[in-house]
Ligand binder design. Structure first.
Ligand code: HPA
Ligand code: ZN
Length: 337
């Protein structure tokens, strides 16, 4: 089987995906019309033209603007369902999905509206496609600790629908330590902690996320590679890192994909995984990310298999489900010679 076919056909999990980052321009336009929201774009083409980013903040400005069309429960359902239909077509069998409630509650959309629309879609995807999922609620790190505590309080009222808590938005100047007490309370309440770290921020932010937030997975983590002792620590811990190649390219975290550090991560023994981050904004869903990085780095069959396998190993499935998913993956790869 050729490698592009292997990538397309192998079972995969996606572990770093912001549901609001799957809002495609045509759905954005349709929801703007449905909800009478005025956008600063006249056409779908205008929206696409706005997707030129020099850094994370350039993207975030456009991302928060795009969210303004999401107002009702059915809008969140339509958003998530469009993503899940694509995942079914890409042989993605498990997803762990971020959502940004503060991006909505600050606009007057209730936490319950957001969560119910999303869970309607994820429940239907399990029934219709057999895609399993876990939701991870992110705190927007440019907002205050108090605001994060408010969001956590709302999450505590719907624990059965939310597996973990994460940390996203503008990294520089908002170190993990700012949310040390929020994460302590979240862990106390049973949420699994993760954080974006080392995307633009220094290696010290990755160390802080480990030491202060006690995270169980690192989102991005690229700049950890600048500190060899940190690399060894991450590799020795077995902790997964959720790498997003096309995002890194579009946000200029790497100069180009040929210089992406993914192979170095694997060679260092890190459980690296491939993910799409915000696929509507960065030019591709998870399979597109595998294809692009495989081509740019000339990844071998065994490296691609390792990445696919890592996507299940690094997931937050319970041990029995994880064992079954890895066995299913290995069986597929054995047959796909
Ligand atoms: N980084 C930080 N915050 C985000 C991202 C990201 O890549 N995507 C959505 N929010
Ligand atoms: Zn992200």
């Amino acid at each position: 089987m050729n490698l592009a076919r292997l990538i397309a056909d192998m079972p995969k999990a996606e572990l770093h995906l912001h549901i609001e980052g799957t809002l495609e321009p045509d759905l954005m336009m349709a929801l703007a019309r449905r909800n009478n929201v005025t956008l600063p774009y006249a056409t779908v083409e205008d929206i696409r033209q706005a997707y030129e980013f020099n850094c994370l903040q350039d993207f975030l400005d456009v991302y928060y603007l795009g969210m303004s069309v999401l107002l009702k429960r059915e809008d969140f359902f339509d958003l998530a369902w469009a993503y899940l239909e694509k995942m079914a077509a890409q042989n993605v069998t498990h997803v762990e999905v971020f959502f940004d409630p503060q991006g909505h509650t600050t606009r007057g959309v209730s936490f319950d509206t957001v969560l119910s629309g999303l869970t309607d879609a994820f429940d239907k995807a399990e029934r219709d496609f057999g895609i399993t999922s876990k939701l991870i609620m992110c705190f927007l790190r440019h907002l205050s600790e108090d605001e994060a505590f408010d969001s956590l309080e709302q999450a505590c009222a719907c624990k059965s629908h939310i597996h973990g808590v994460g940390l996203d938005s503008s990294e520089q100047g908002h170190p993990p330590s700012k949310f040390k007490r929020v994460f302590a309370e979240a862990r106390e309440q049973g949420f699994t902690p993760v954080a974006h770290a080392g995307e633009e921020g220094p290696p010290a932010y990755v160390a802080e996320a480990l030491d202060d937030l006690h995270i169980e997975r690192i989102d991005h983590g690229n700049r950890a590679l600048e500190d060899p002792s940190l690399v060894k620590r991450i590799a020795d811990s077995g902790m997964a890192m959720t790498v997003c190649p096309l995002s890194n390219k579009r946000l200029q975290v790497v100069p180009d994909l040929a210089n992406h550090p993914l192979r170095h991560m694997l060679n260092a023994g890190i459980c690296a995984t491939v993910n799409s981050d915000d696929p509507s904004y960065f030019g591709g869903y998870v399979t597109d990310n595998y294809l692009a990085i495989a081509e740019a780095l000339n990844l071998t069959r065994s490296e691609i298999v390792q990445l696919g396998r890592n996507s299940f190993i690094g997931s937050f499935m319970n041990e029995a489900d994880k064992r079954a998913a890895v066995a299913h993956f290995d069986e597929f790869v054995d047959k796909a010679r």
